[in-house]
Design a binder for this molecule. Structure first.
Ligand SMILES: N[C@@H](CCC(=O)N[C@@H](CS)C(=O)NCC(=O)O)C(=O)O
Length: 221
């Protein structure tokens, strides 16, 4: 496909939101032009189309912009969902989205205050680590029943949530590894070893105007 008609993805390798967008774009075989962003020096081209200036941003075509990672996942998977990420074995798509929203509203604020406690006033990282653990217990209860959050195969919820649990685990790996949640630990390690995760973690130089377009990897490229 001609580069000029491919969607453009503004992404940052280690951002869990960008990661989940890349995972869905990859599995749906949606090739994009990849533009790696440095968060402290975001390109004007991205801010112009998305003034809220967070990654990921997907420019599907001029004026047709998706600025939320979950929207990007749904857009890609509604077009092509070869592994049935939107049709879980157990439960429904709406239940998966509700769990993803719970991750964002309950787990993520604690994760930020645990990992980046120096950015917040009067914040005790251990209090927030304990707060975040409650959501891990929610995941553990599900994962004791089945290997993945909504059945035996990973689906939307697994790929939308695992990048955040990865970030939490990496903040203090030794502490995470001794937590009494073996099913979450196994689920995370399966995710980290999966081909789809490894495929979207390629390293790119930061994009600048005039650079030759770089096509993202896709499951069938
Ligand atoms: N609700 C947004 C959140 C995206 C977000 O907050 N991304 C972070 C990076 S992980 C970001 O771009 N922050 C802006 C900054 O650090 O300047 C989404 O789901 O895409």
């Amino acid at each position: 496909m001609n580069e000029t008609v491919l969607p453009i993805l503004y992404s940052f390798r280690r951002c869990p939101y960008a990661m989940r967008a890349r995972l869905a774009l990859y599995v749906s075989a949606q090739t994009c032009i990849h533009r790696e962003v440095v968060l402290r020096d975001k390109p004007e081209e991205m801010i112009k189309i998305s003034p809220k200036a967070t990654v990921p941003v997907l420019e599907i075509s001029p004026g047709n912009i998706l600025e939320q990672s979950l929207e990007i996942m749904l857009w890609a998977l509604e077009r092509n969902d070869p592994l049935n990420w939107l049709i879980p074995e157990v439960g429904t798509r709406d239940e998966m989205i509700a769990l993803v929203e719970q991750c964002e509203s309950e787990f993520k604020p604690h994760l930020d205050r645990y990992k980046y406690s120096n950015r917040y006033e009067n914040t005790d990282p251990v209090t927030h680590r304990t707060g975040a653990e409650k959501f891990l217990q929610v995941l553990e209860r599900r994962l004791i029943e089945t290997a993945c959050l909504f059945g035996t195969s990973p689906a939307l919820a697994d790929f939308a949530i695992a990048p955040f649990v990865r970030q939490f685990a990496n903040t203090d790996r030794d502490w995470f590894d001794q937590l009494p949640c073996p099913s979450v630990q196994k689920w995370l390690s399966d995710f980290l070893e999966s081909n789809v995760f490894l495929a979207v973690m390629g390293k790119y130089e930061p994009w600048k105007p005039g650079d030759p377009p770089i096509r993202s990897a896709t499951a069938y490229s």
